[in-house]
Write a protein that binds this ligand. Structure first.
Ligand SMILES: Cc1cc2nc3c(=O)[nH]c(=O)nc-3n(C[C@H](O)[C@H](O)[C@H](O)COP(=O)(O)O)c2cc1C
Length: 178
């Protein structure tokens, strides 16, 4: 895997579930990361308030400031998410809404993994949303993994070799971009 010195990646899962396959993917990628890289998994999604334009000012809620700081300090972002009801999970969309005015994703190199049962609707919607946020969504780091649960064992290890290789290739692309 490509080495990268003193760089930071912020990894965001769109699932709040304790046994989440998307969390498991982010943990797996963290294990793949070079030791010189700072790889941070964001755990604040559930603590963000519902997006409210009245609170979206120079002094937003502390959890929002903290998310924006983490995004500002990151050289690259990876979002890994399931699809719910043919859409983007509300908690993830909420977090993204808080980044519109701050421009936190502007030009930020970003890998997008949608790992779900199907996932194509959330994946397509996220590409639109991230385009609106002017993120640098890396084409080769954009991956849709359907039937994710059948590609993992009960411990959350990825047992599907094609999915594993595709994830490593997507992550490597992100590392090269930062
Ligand atoms: C309320 C709910 C709605 C769902 N809707 C969809 C859906 O529209 N499309 C899809 O691909 N999967 C759907 N799923 C299945 C999830 O993608 C699947 O449970 C996935 O493993 C969740 O990701 P996680 O393992 O990271 O928590 C839904 C699951 C739940 C709980």
């Amino acid at each position: 895997m490509q080495s990268s010195s003193s760089k930071k990646i912020l990894a965001i899962s769109g699932s709040l579930r304790s046994g989440s396959s998307n969390h498991a993917i982010l943990r797996f990628l963290g294990e793949m990361a070079p030791t010189s890289l700072e790889y941070i998994i964001y755990h604040g999604l559930a603590q963000l308030p519902h997006f409210d334009p009245d609170l979206d000012n120079d002094h937003p809620p502390a959890t929002v400031s903290s998310l924006r700081k983490l995004l500002a300090e990151a050289d690259g972002i990876i979002i890994c998410t399931p699809e719910y009801a043919y859409g983007v999970p509300g908690s993830l969309k909420n977090a993204l809404d808080w980044t519109v005015s701050s421009g936190s994703l502007n030009d930020k190199s970003l890998a997008l993994v949608t790992a779900s049962t199907g996932g194509q609707n959330a994946h397509a919607a996220l590409l639109l949303i991230l385009g609106a946020l002017n993120a640098n969504v890396l084409k080769e780091a954009t991956l849709l993994i359907p039937f994710i649960r059948s590609k993992m064992d009960t411990k959350g290890d990825i047992i599907d070799t094609a999915a594993k290789s595709a994830l490593i290739a997507a992550f490597d692309c992100l590392l090269k971009a930062i």
